[in-house]
Design a protein around this ligand. Structure first.
Ligand SMILES: [Zn+2]
Length: 281
């Protein structure tokens, strides 16, 4: 079984603010990448047996996803898709929204991104969210990595802050997105030492030197078992991510540098991430 733990469903016209569009252009990312239809999304994730799907709510940087829209998409496709809700700590009613998404919309986890949301991950509002999630066995997927969205301190994206959170909420399942790049060593140290912290490797394979080094470090630290497969659609598709993972050693072909064992790569591709996160379907 292949679980794609990290996919986005957004409506370009109504859910992405001007700032997101300007930031994409400024960083040389074609805006069209984020301009996709539901059909494109279904095709981009077709190689997954299961896919976790969410948007981003972060008014600080122009992200305005509608949880209802994603819940509705998942409703008729529950045999494959798993809904995570995104809540914005700048929203006065954030805890009500969290409860609504959990109790009414039936989300199975929460997507957060302090570097999109303009709050430090140790802010009291986040702590209330962590507390609710821990009490209700809701895993969190949190973007602790750099991004193209500007205007919020990169400090808020440092994976090490979630080490403290895991000490304070030891039963909370946490996924650090994108292996915390560029702080990959920091991320591997955390997932190795904290039982309930994992990381996904979405949207990394297309930086082949960084990705190769990340996988070698995971081998050396012996923490490949805590790495989850994901694509970050629309940044990449499930299929291209699988192919990218299997090509990890290409960048060192013909050299004496160590090779990433294919056994670890296949284990990551076929990992039952939903069970690891305690998600019951
Ligand atoms: Zn993402």
């Amino acid at each position: 079984m292949i679980v794609d733990i990290h996919t986005h469903l957004v409506d370009y016209d109504t859910e992405l603010g001007q700032q997101v569009k300007d930031d994409l252009t400024r960083c040389g990312i074609p805006r069209n990448v984020w301009k996709f239809t539901q059909k494109d999304y279904l095709k981009g994730t077709e190689k997954a047996d299961r896919a976790v799907v969410f948007g981003i709510k972060g008014r600080a940087t122009g992200w305005h996803c509608q949880n209802e829209r994603i819940a509705e998409f998942v409703e008729s496709r529950k045999q494959k898709y798993v809904f995570f809700a995104s809540v914005d700590p700048l929203d006065q009613q954030v805890l009500d929204e969290l409860k609504y998404c959990h109790r009414e919309l039936g989300c199975k986890g929460i997507k957060l991104g302090p570097v999109y949301q303009g709050k430090h991950p140790h802010d009291p509002v986040y702590y209330k969210i962590y507390e609710y999630c821990e009490n209700n066995q809701l895993p969190i997927m949190i973007h602790m990595a750099t991004t193209f969205s500007g205007g919020v301190p990169l400090e808020y994206a440092r994976p090490v802050h979630m080490d403290q959170v895991s000490c304070d909420f030891p039963d909370l399942k946490i996924v650090l997105a994108h292996l915390g790049h560029p702080w990959i060593e920091e991320t591997l140290a955390i997932i190795r030492k904290q039982k309930n912290v994992f990381a996904d490797l979405s949207a990394l394979y297309y930086r082949p030197w960084q990705f190769y080094n990340a996988m070698i470090l995971a081998v050396e630290y012996g923490c490949g078992g805590k790495i989850l497969f994901g694509s970050d659609f629309p940044a990449t598709t499930t299929e291209s991510s699988i192919n990218g993972l299997r090509s990890v050693n290409k960048v060192v072909e013909g050299t004496a540098l160590p090779k990433v064992p294919m056994k670890m790569i296949e284990e990551i591709i076929h990992r039952d991430s939903l069970s690891l996160l305690g998600i019951k379907l």
